[in-house]
Ligand binder design. Sequence first.
Ligand SMILES: Cc1cc2nc3c(=O)[nH]c(=O)nc-3n(C[C@H](O)[C@H](O)[C@H](O)COP(=O)(O)OP(=O)(O)OC[C@H]3O[C@@H](n4cnc5c(N)ncnc54)[C@H](O)[C@@H]3O)c2cc1C
Length: 567
Amino acid sequence: MRVSTFASLAALLLSGATEGCAIAVSCRCMPGDSCWPTTNEWNTFNATVGGNLIATVPIGSPCHDPTYDEAACTALQNSWTSPMTHLYHPSSFMQNYFTNRSCDPFTDRATPCELGNYVSFAVAVQNKQHVVSTVKFAREHNIRLVVKHTGHDYFGRSTGAGGLSIFTQGLGGISFSTFKDKYYSGRSMTIGAGVIGYDILKAADENNAVVVTGESATVGLAGGYTQGGGHSALSTAFGLAADQTLSFEVVTAKGEIVTASRTKNEDLYWALSGGGGGNYGVVTSMTVRAHDNLKVGGASFILYPTLLPADQYKQAVETLFSYLPKFADQGVMIVFAIRSNYLAVRNFMIYNSTAERAEEILAPFVADLKTIGITLNPTYSTLSYYDHYATYMGPIPAGILPIGDTQVGGQLLPKTVLETNPKAYANTILEIVSAGGGVIFSVADYSPPDDKVSNSVLPQWRTAVSQVNVLATYDPKGTVEAMETALSTITNTYMPKLKAAVPDSYAYVNEADIQEANWQKTFYGSNYAKLQAIKLKYDCEGLFYTYKGVGSEKWATSTTGRLCATR
Ligand SMILES: Cc1cc2nc3c(=O)[nH]c(=O)nc-3n(C[C@H](O)[C@H](O)[C@H](O)COP(=O)(O)OP(=O)(O)OC[C@H]3O[C@@H](n4cnc5c(N)ncnc54)[C@H](O)[C@@H]3O)c2cc1C
């Protein structure tokens, strides 16, 4: 009932908004097509972007003839699963699966290095006029347009075969100020869209402020992270990243520079604040809330199942799950991971607090574990937010999470599920872990910071107590088939277990199963129809296609990666 109402509303809005707007092309042009720009046209375009056009040389090229370089190849192989390796490269990205191993550092050097799903060209834009020129060139020549900030996206949305990419890292600048409108009055930070999380952590600390950024310091702020919602170690204190937005500067599909805020182009502001990355325009700068740099109380601990009787460990996990809603209610944000050989609470954090308060909140849990025979000795600290981040989520910038060896699924876990039957959910997770999976929890109170916030964050965040990430790892040196097997495990084994535990299941658009069939409802929920109408208003021809982004059902990629309109 709920879904059919949603579908018919979407259809209604779509039919109204499409009037006078039809996708004029059948397919995007690819290299080798007669419609692909000539060398002269590329050269002329390059002059309009300050000579910053880069023809893609895939990152894996030193590992293949005729450009084989043994030392460079070995260095690349050794650092392949570090985010730092791909972060600064104009065309590389972190979700290995989407490379299709077309120029892989681990395949034989005689295997040709091909562009495959890498973009054909990137523009390392240095200012907003470069963005305008690139948007106009892509539109005029019917080329697939891509935006890359950090390349973190699990859905491969920062790449695309035959694409022209806007690589945003040259859009710098961080400043702190105050902002006032009728919805918010207080400290603010303005950044260029190319600024990355670790730079913001440092600049905020130097300006005696804190800002909501990801738990991984190499994630960006203005791109997919904030535009998709964005959870943070500061979420219990201040909400999601999308709740922090005050104003965006955006280049639209027409190549116009506009402001989107609560008072100008409000619909675009609403969509950019949670409605999915890269889908409505290119953000060139953004102003967000900044908060006082107060001390934080922290804790961490680890349980090793191999050192405990199975039943004791199971009870400990069930007990932890029963406490999660209470922790969030008391101002805590927690990141923890479960694998077959550990349960690690890496980050237990309370903003504007102390080690003593962290110990006080954990005390009943520690006492309960004692009654089942487990002595837990967490470490506690009182630190600045920056030092806490470096200690519990660092090292800054790289962090400890490898990339490019994992397929991911996800679910927003409703608080009521843990309040009513924490044991059942804990046992679902233990089943996934015993089947070889890993699970990461980002536990917080995800309610908005105040009742004036209005944005397109999936409403189910507000009643969730955790973002849950299930992981199926594969050998990054292995085959495409191994990646496919891991993906199948996510879709066909782990996700059905999670969905059975939470019948009406929703997911965070940035950390979800890429094969989710019912994605419009699962990622965007009741916001989908309104987002679709805004998409049509600002980008009716679908220049900003993103995989499983709003409106993307009108497009499909062929086996060669060519993007074609389907209707
Ligand atoms: C190791 C790791 C840790 C993570 N940790 C967290 C976390 O703590 N919290 C969390 O919420 N998420 C986290 N994520 C998920 C993260 O939010 C998404 O991967 C997100 O898409 C990253 O955004 P990005 O702009 O940095 O990445 P990119 O891959 O560069 O871009 C992602 C999307 O945003 C678009 N985009 C980028 N810049 C712009 C722009 N200026 N204008 C318009 N569109 C743009 C791109 O086109 C693409 O569609 C993590 C992911 C990984 C791999």
